[in-house]
Ligand binder design. Sequence first.
Ligand code: F6P
Length: 558
Amino acid sequence: VVAPTLVFNYSIPGVQKVNGRKKLAAQLFEELQGHAARVNQLSTVQLFSCDPGRASRMQLRAADGIMLDYSKNRIDRPTLETLGKLFQDCDAPLRLKQQLDGEPVNNTEHRPALHTAIRAAISKQPAPGHNQIEAEYQRAARFANSLYAGKRVGATGEPIRDVVNIGIGGSDLGPRMASTALSCFADAKVRVHFVSSLDDSELTAVLDALNPASTFFLISSKSFSTEETLFNARLALQWTEQHSDAGQGRAHFAAITGKSDQAAAFGIDRELIFDVPDWIGGRYSLWSCSGLALMIAIGNERFEQLLHGAWLMDQHARDNEFGQNMPAILAALEFWHASIQGYTTLAVVPYSYQLRLLPAYLQQLVMESNGKSARRDGSAARYTTSPVLWGTSGTEGQHSYHQLLHQGTEIIPVDFILCRRLPGTSAESTTRLASHCLAQSKALMEGKTAQQAFEALQGSGVDDAEARRLARHKAMPGSRPSNTLVLPELTPSTLGALIALYEHKTFFCSVLWDINPFDQWGVELGKQLSQSIYPALEGQVATSFDPSTNALIDLLKN
Ligand code: F6P
């Protein structure tokens, strides 16, 4: 594999630097291209044979006992050294400190990104805005506890038994993924459900099984203007009101939002409006009141353990130098794969059914954060930024897309995630999962030569001509990169640390690419256009779009 030739403008214009240092970033980028040309001549197996200490040296431990093995990547010591220099040259440690200290790191919306402050405050540590965070958290915790303990009653006096979180994106994916991952800890007296789709069959399917008198809704929308959420909220309100005396239905609604006036105008009691501060981005909001559904499902104490695990990872990311810093190493590898080697996707494959929603959660975190081509100063990045992130839980993928991972023409780095103990999973099942996971990463790395395939076929009695013909189909290139992350056990705390690990990795990647990971302008245009297309589809206004869209509107109208 030959490294692609990139026309790049790699430098760090967003950071105040003297000319010499700007040049250094570009020089390091070129140096990395040189490393790629060199290491790509060697297989990963050869990299192991010429460096006996590789396996142990390329293992790291971070918060809460999470372990990373990154030795199966096609990378060597000099490459890592250059990546470390680049990390320093971008001032990545300083940039993280600025984020943690509450500086306005979101430079297009002029605000800080302080999801980390909530984890610190709840872990009883000093944090910007500590008092405000603590007060709102305690209010949300009291409310969550009344539902968790089954003590809340509805308008007719019936105890609440079901809670439906209506939200989308960051107002859905985090609490939904974490509630699924921690389902073994969900011992609340109520059941928690999630609805996000604009296709109202999702809401209908949930409501069909519920009793309006004992159902409570959380309308979760930081902006309180997201069409999907407001559409479902109105339907839920109609459903509740149809089954209660006029007006009483609203007593079954709480809002989680940064726009309390809009929520109040919807009819929600101000006592039941929980604040999402301006300085928490949607995809980083699990830790705030947006995590209320999770708090209700697992209880406040375990929710706090989740935040504490994340806080431990914050300390790890802040306090360790590059070589010992897990999110920094993961970010450097992502930069190496995407921008230098030209591998444009990343598969995340947790070998745990409980973690099955993690890839969907990470898609928003990673791609809404770093799926950008404008650098912090607005100039175009002429290098590849965020890879496409995708994946499913293992071993399901082995029976669908792993074929392409092993023998396809694209090289796809993989993050394998393993848990040594999985609550709710038997010891035998946990060990079987681990054996498949290790087999996959080993096979991806070692591959199989045509000669090995030929000899194996011969050995099993296939005649020479047929063995030669089949060997070409059975050969696997190997040297396909992967990381293996091992959690000691899936708990609220280790899950918090794992999510925070990916958050910091995403942040460090954004620094290496010189982009702002905290805005999402790319999603706005489509939202605006749908506002004018809907009346056209309803026949209320003439179609006045591009010819293709006009033709599709006509087709759908007729
Ligand atoms: O459309 C993207 C987005 O803005 C996400 O960033 C956000 O998490 C999601 O929409 C939901 O937004 P809200 O919480 O304001 O409804």
